[in-house]
Design a protein around this ligand. Structure first.
Ligand code: SAM
Length: 298
């Protein structure tokens, strides 16, 4: 297993990789008009074209049965939600990406506050896109306990509950509660609840390790290859390391590549496995500011 970290524009770096190399791309690009002080940001109207400029390489390096999970959030402009995120997904759809589902990352610790016209902003999209109708998915890995409700609800099944119930609108979906009687676990819904991480991670827009972890479990198996083309502080790499996947992380800012290196090195000091491939950065065996002011934790 390997974790490789590259410094550079992912559109260029990815040209070094063969077709179909990755089983999963999971990433969070720079959000429109955000973090201008830290890294390049894009105005909302230009955002779809920005994402589309990555399409050619992302499509090429993803395996035919692979998945692409794009974590992104729209923005309020002049009091209303700007829909550049929807437009981005539509444009990617026109290029062949099949948007199978919209997952939501729910933040139970979202910033409290008071707004005249809206409530707390406590979720972000994670769009699940694939190249093909059939794709790898390992649902068993994300099952959760069925919950206490089941014991009561399934104890005495009578009447309609005791037969298969077909959907009344002919959607083809039906349910048979009898099948759940002995079950201890169920599939989760398509929301992923993971708290935001605290500050001082050395990067302004870190997502919690639990977010890529969920999608890595769901769409890859051990030893598969995972890509984060906007790696930031390397949260996807940490999740991949913990789950025994091979990971490639790319960021175009030297400062963040150093953050990634230090974070990974803290987790696993086996420099044979943690490779740094690129220029202008010391290699993994000598992480630069491991004990510096950056307080980086998993
Ligand atoms: C929202 S942040 C990712 C944060 C990451 N998910 C984490 O947990 O730390 C987006 C990152 O994309 C990087 N970036 C922007 N344009 C890039 C490009 N063309 N190639 C590679 N990285 C890029 C920025 O430097 C920034 O660190």
């Amino acid at each position: 297993m390997k974790t490789e970290v590259y410094l550079g524009d992912s559109r260029e770096i990815l040209k070094k990789f063969p077709d179909g190399y990755f089983n999963l791309i999971v990433t969070s690009p720079p959000y429109a008009d955000a973090r201008n002080r830290h890294y390049d940001s894009i105005i909302p109207d230009h955002f779809p074209a920005f994402m589309v400029s990555f399409h050619e390489q992302l499509w090429r390096v993803l395996a035919d049965d692979g998945s692409f999970v794009l974590n992104i959030k729209d923005k309020v402009v002049d009091g209303i939600r700007h829909r550049y995120v929807w437009k981005t997904i539509e444009d990617l759809g026109k290029l062949g990406w099949r948007c199978v589902d919209d997952y939501l990352w729910v933040k139970p610790n979202a910033m409290p506050g008071r707004w005249k016209n809206r409530l707390r902003d406590e979720w972000e999209y994670c769009f699940h896109m694939t190249k093909a109708k059939c794709f790898a998915m390992y649902q068993e890995t994300v099952k959760k306990p069925i919950g206490v409700w089941a014991e009561k609800r399934l104890a005495k099944l009578t009447g309609k509950s005791n037969v298969r119930h077909n959907s009344e609108n002919n959607s083809g979906f039906g349910r048979d509660l009898r099948n759940w009687k002995e079950k201890k676990t169920v599939l989760p819904g398509n929301t992923v609840s993971v708290p935001l991480v605290g500050k001082n991670m050395g990067h302004p827009a870190v997502f919690p390790v639990g977010l890529p972890e969920f999608f890595i479990k769901l769409f890859t198996k051990p030893d598969d290859w995972v890509l984060d083309p906007f790696a930031g502080s390397g949260s996807t790499g940490i999740a991949g390391e913990l789950l025994g996947r091979n990971v490639v992380l790319i960021d175009n800012k030297l400062e963040y590549v150093e953050v990634i290196k230090n974070r990974l090195y803290r987790l696993n000091s086996d420099s044979e496995r943690l490779l740094y491939i690129g220029k202008n950065v010391s290699n993994f065996s000598k992480p630069s500011h491991l004990d510096s002011k950056l307080r980086i934790s998993v």
